[in-house]
Write a new protein. Structure first.
Length: 244
């Protein structure tokens, strides 16, 4: 499994995401607001809000930002009528790409997403063209040097609902079903170990290996999509070269 884990690609993107932290906060705040608007401000009774708040804390989003986003949703301050839409397509080297959007203008969004694919040498596909290659899973990652006892850590993860605990390079990568994510994260938080990454997203069943040229083209496509305010998440099954 070495080199073919979700974390390998998360780590590749992490620097770029950190550089765009303000835009990332805005996207997560939108998700929090919509979740609160649809399901209320109690995360215990609103799984979508709870997951969004966990994601926010995972990227060190300030608590004040989270609270303001919730208040906009339940206080009626957010009047936009958002639609959730997922687009599927093929990027460089036939890499499967899933683009999750939250938009108040479907026509604008699909036009911009299609243009991004075309510029990268890829193409926007039809519904169902690539989604069968992905499954939604929770992923929590910890650096090995933060874990004093792997056996205790492993047992705690399994007891709290982990489906798998994998050793990937210098980290341990935990996977779980989406419904188990929040309880699993809460249980692991009791160990007082800070996670390097925690979210629920799409994980590919297999990967397409890329050379440096194709990896650069895929990175450009991802950057273009992530710069779009309507795009919440981008997932793909490209495997970046180790030297990247």
């Amino acid at each position: 499994m070495a080199g073919h884990s979700k974390w390998a690609n998360i780590k590749h993107r992490k620097g770029a995401q950190d550089a765009k932290r303000g835009k990332l906060f805005t996207k997560i705040a939108k998700e929090i607001t919509v979740a609160a608007k649809l399901g209320g401000d109690d995360p215990d009774g609103n799984p979508r809000l709870r997951a969004a708040m966990t994601k926010a804390r995972g990227v060190s989003m300030p608590k004040d930002n989270i609270d303001r986003a919730i208040k906009r949703g339940v206080g009626g301050q957010d009047t936009a009528d958002y639609t959730e839409k997922t687009y599927e397509g093929y990027g460089p080297a036939g890499v499967a790409v899933m683009v999750e959007c939250l938009t108040d203008n479907i026509n604008r969004t699909v036009s911009e997403v299609r243009h991004a694919f075309s510029r990268s040498g890829g193409n926007l596909g039809t519904d169902g063209s690539v989604n069968w290659m992905f499954h939604r899973k929770g992923t929590i990652v910890y650096a090995k040097d933060k874990i004093e006892s792997f056996e205790a850590f492993f047992e705690a993860a399994l007891e709290a609902g982990a489906a798998d605990v994998k050793e990937e390079g210098d980290v341990y990568e935990i996977e779980c079903e989406p419904d188990a994510f929040s309880d699993l994260k809460d249980a692991l938080d009791q160990l007082n170990i800070e996670a390097d990454h925690a979210d629920v997203g799409l994980v590919p069943e297999n990967y397409t290996e890329l050379d440096e040229e194709k990896a650069a083209k895929l990175t450009k496509l991802i950057d273009t999509l992530e710069d779009n305010d309507d795009v919440q998440n981008v997932y793909h099954n490209g495997q970046f070269p180790d030297e990247d």
